[in-house]
Design a protein around this ligand. Sequence first.
Ligand SMILES: Cc1cc2nc3c(=O)[nH]c(=O)nc-3n(C[C@H](O)[C@H](O)[C@H](O)COP(=O)(O)O)c2cc1C
Length: 485
Amino acid sequence: MHVLTKLSSLKTPELFLKHVESLGIDIPLDTHIHQLTDSPLMNSLRWNNRTIGNRIAVQPMEGWDGTTSGGISEAMIRRWRRFGESGAKLIWGGEAMAVRPDGRANPNQLILIEANREGIGQLLAALRQSHREHWGKTDDLVIGCQLTHSGRFCRPNDHHRWEPRVAHRHPLLDSKFGVTESCLLTEQEILGLIDDYVRAAKLAHAIGADFVDIKCCHGYLLHEFLSARTRQDAFGGSLENRARIVLEIIQRIRKEVPGLGIGVRLSAYDSIPHEPNPETANDSKLGQGRPRAHDHLIPYQWGFGMNIQRPTEVDLTEPLQFIQWIRGEGVDLLNVTAGSPYYTPHMLRPAAFPPSDGYQPHEDPLLSVAKHFHVTKQIKQENPGLLVVGSGYSYMQEHLAASAVHNVRVGWTDFVGIGRTVLSYPQVLTDAVLQGTSQRKLICRTFSDCTTAPRNGLPSGCYPLDDYYKGTETAEAVKRIKSTF
Ligand SMILES: Cc1cc2nc3c(=O)[nH]c(=O)nc-3n(C[C@H](O)[C@H](O)[C@H](O)COP(=O)(O)O)c2cc1C
């Protein structure tokens, strides 16, 4: 039974590094974080004839809090304003935006269609305005829109009803998400979907986005296509075929929206879907995670960035090839992430506490953090000309700034992407680097309420630490849900 060492107990860099060493992994820290001039995190970069003012990126963080027609809400505007206040100069996507109504992951996800053009434009404007109010200028602020189709995880009409559309059948996931043969996208539908991406990219450009992210991560549709080995048509089988839909979307956007930058958020590695181990569960606790039984499925055909003989191990051969191809089409921004929130959440969002649809940690979450950092490093080293954003930083808590500065200084990544901790403490990095201070009480402790809430049909948010959500009826409802697992 794995017993977790709480990160908040590792108060000094020495204690942290000793613990990391005992785990047999490597997560270096820098000792000089507060540097008024010349902090590696504050160095600008050139991109697309523009300057990006520093090395802090806000990861896309959706809130399950839009209108049911895919439009904006007050809570959303507030979140985007806080993204602007963070001081980050790269806003990677803001949050997932579906390219068509039935491609939404939930009934409250944004849809980037003509009807929502004005509202989503307001989100970008609100972010720029709050950034200007706090940081004085926006000419070095770069904002993207994240374009998505949620594929296997579509729930466009009801928080509790899956309406999946898939790239391929999956022996371990189909039954959980209600996938049948009729959910497979046809070639004709794929061609229509490519048009939807191009339409959404045109709208993103029109409302002032600097780039679009063609989201290829977290098990959503375009990520799933990359593992469509069992698909029989031009969009499955060989890696060339599996990458075709993404490459065609990129080529079309390049041609039809020439001024718009293009980035890709990629789950560069993955693992076998995990499940709670019932032997370690009790009445009030989910079991610890374990990979689902898969010995009968070797060589494993249903993942991307995994060793097909030993699928719990990373194999970057295909992801590196894919990155070469997208670079060849002009993509110069890559956001490296991993796994899926629905079947390998510990990889994507290392956490001390699971969400209601997850499992207790079966290993120290720092193992997942280290994997993020080292895979990102390898990708960056093999692609020096590519601007790379790293993920998985929030679990670092009080050591976040020290690892961020290290990773940027030595070139393991160009940008440090921050996700959950932006919800509780948008200025977590700028405070540490520019002021030499940190408000410990605002640091994300990875309670996972921001995921438990939406898994139960409620809007996301930082219920434990953000005053806007604290003490609300929804916060009470989240507490009640948490008492049951
Ligand atoms: C509430 C919530 C919403 C998220 N929304 C998105 C999203 O819209 N698009 C996306 O690519 N990732 C999304 N993610 C994943 C984050 O961008 C990020 O990769 C993850 O939280 C790990 O980074 P962190 O350790 O800094 O939190 C979300 C995660 C959470 C917890």
